[in-house]
Design a binder for this molecule. Structure first.
Ligand code: G4P
Length: 530
């Protein structure tokens, strides 16, 4: 098979959701369809459990296990599907944001009862920013939840994207009878607690046919007809181009736990989702069809074993063919490197591979050469744009507790930041190090790892910032005045970009008003446009 065909058949995507909406369950059902696992429970056991939130060692252990399921590949319907796992745990949201840079599309799972929740909104913001095509799966239809039209309105409203149902539920909870596939015009009847992979799909070419009454009863039949008419009246016909442009999200209804509506989702996914896309670099756009290999690192996973400071860098192949034991350029370090043991992640199984194609994600063993965002290429000098930083929510100042170990502390903290465990902002005077995270857990992780891996001791002193904004301006005088007035709030990030650390949203708004020529960016994404 040629490279073009290999690229064509790949689909690399991520499943995102607010915790508990059913991401793990859905992932598992997709893997069952793909024959990648034989029984339910295989993925579930790797999930970071809610009960472990207060015990980060336990979480790290589970994260260790979950490396194996970071990427799950399987074949279905002639496609090679790569699912990139995204941690549902809120404290690892940054991990999820970065993983979203390595996918070509997303399936968003929403709980029919809870609707759109906070974390879903944030994740969706990232998708919108990157114009990632999104399919929405409304889960738990076997339970009572929000009325379907209301839910669609809520999705449009809160996720700021147009929606287009492609299946439609018949009732919900105890009255849930199945889904009508608007696209293929057939009915999938719900038999309750179905665990196998069979389905009772009945073709219905004409909803007016009285066989509908026979199958779902008079009341449900009438309701379905009315609702379908309404859908066709209210929503534009599904347009794949609009979906691919990230303007419209097709919506499916089902119950992951009961394996219901999942096949419709997967079949439609294979039909409409994009094959691997190109990525922008600081020099040019790189397309999957470019003959020479290139790729970027979007995630680094460190082993906790202090004796082996090995890390695994996850690299997404963007163009050409990655080959084992071949020299490639590490652009940032201007260094040639080859990899004897690159691994692929066919579900559950890590195995050494000889070649990888655009859309694939491979694991590279690393002893400290990689940072998140690094580019590897076959000669040409460019860096992929693409891994923005987002504002952390918790800020603490790092204090050295052992003056004799300050070198170790510096090295350790730098490496942990390279891995993306947290973000560091340096504040003058005194080069104070402010560490920003999205969850309390990261501070414990940093503390523990600095001590056990680098022999350094630190303490965290809370700082009452709540937001970091990257700032840019053409007005140098205003910037000088701003820096003078806000000494305690201005810092630089790892790449020396200026950052404003705000105590409250109110103070941020005030700063925006007082310094109209300064632009305050919520993420460092603007750097990618430069
Ligand atoms: P997450 O990865 O998004 O956090 O969610 P996960 O799949 O773990 O699902 C969260 C809970 O919702 C689980 O229950 C799961 O069984 C349940 N669930 C998933 N899909 C459906 C569905 O279609 N219908 C119903 N009724 N429930 C569903 P749990 O009690 O937390 O875990 P477990 O004891 O079932 O493993």
């Amino acid at each position: 098979m040629g490279v073009k065909e290999e690229v064509e058949k790949r689909r690399t995507f991520g499943i995102i959701s607010h915790p508990d909406a059913g991401k793990t369950t859905l992932t598992e059902k997709l893997l069952l369809f793909g024959g990648a696992i034989q029984s339910a429970g295989a993925v579930k056991n790797n999930k970071i459990k809610k009960s472990a939130t207060s015990d980060f060692m336990e979480i790290e252990k589970q994260r260790g296990i979950s490396v194996a399921t970071s990427v799950m590949a399987f074949n279905y319907g002639g496609k090679q599907i790569n699912i990139l796992d995204t941690p549902g745990h809120k404290d690892f949201a940054e991990d999820t944001f970065r993983t979203l840079t390595a996918v070509d599309s997303v399936i968003l799972v929403v709980d029919v009862a809870s609707g759109v929740e906070a974390q879903t909104e944030r994740l969706m913001e990232v998708c919108r920013m990157r114009k990632t095509p999104v399919i929405i799966f409304v889960n738990k239809m076997d339970r009572e939840g929000k009325e379907s039209f209301d839910l669609l309105d809520e999705l449009e409203d809160k996720l700021e994207i147009k929606v287009r149902p492609l299946t439609w539920p018949i009732g919900m909870g105890d009255r849930f009878k199945g889904v009508y596939n608007l696209y293929e015009q057939n009915l999938n009847l719900f038999a309750g607690n179905k665990t196998g992979i069979s389905s009772d799909v009945v073709p219905i070419s004409d909803l007016a046919d009285s066989q509908l009454e026979e199958m779902i009863g008079d009341e449900a039949a009438e309701e379905l007809r009315e609702e379908v008419e309404m859908i066709e009246g209210v929503y534009d016909p599904f347009d794949r181009e609009s979906y691919l442009a990230g303007d419209v999200a097709p919506v499916f209804f089902g119950s992951a736990m009961n394996n219901f509506g999942v096949k419709e989702l997967l079949d439609a996914f294979c039909r409409i989702s994009p094959s691997p896309r190109g990525r922008e670099t600081d020099v040019r756009m790189v397309e999957p069809a470019d003959p020479k290999f290139s790729g970027f690192v979007f995630k680094i996973h460190a082993n906790l074993d202090p004796k082996h400071r090995d890390r695994i860098a996850f690299l997404r192949v963007v163009s050409g063919v990655f080959e084992r034991n071949t020299f490639y350029n590490h652009i940032r370090l201007d260094k040639k490197m080859k990899f004897p043991n690159p691994t692929s992640f066919m579900a559950q199984d890590k195995s050494v591979i000889d070649a990888a194609y655009p859309g694939d994600v491979i694991g590279l063993y690393d002893s400290g050469n990689f940072k998140i965002g690094d580019t590897l290429s076959q000669g040409e000098k460019f860096m992929f744009k693409g891994i923005p930083n987002f504002s952390p929510e918790l800020f603490m100042e790092l204090e050295n507790q052992d003056p004799l170990k300050s070198k170790q502390l510096d090295k350790g903290i730098r490496q942990l930041m390279d891995e993306g465990v947290a973000q560091m902002f340096i504040q003058q005077p005194g080069s104070r190090k402010i560490i920003g995270t999205v969850g309390q857990l990261q501070f414990e992780v940093i503390n523990y790892r600095l001590e056990h891996e680098y022999g350094a001791k630190c303490r965290f002193v809370p700082r009452n910032y709540t937001k970091a904004c990257w700032i840019t301006t053409d007005n140098d005088d205003q910037l000088t005045a701003f820096k003078r007035a806000k000494t305690n709030n201005v810092a630089v990030d790892k790449d020396d970009n200026l950052v404003f650390l705000a105590e409250t949203s109110f103070l941020l708004t005030m700063a925006e008003q007082d310094y109209p020529d300064i632009t305050f960016h919520q993420t460092s994404e603007f750097l990618l446009e430069a």
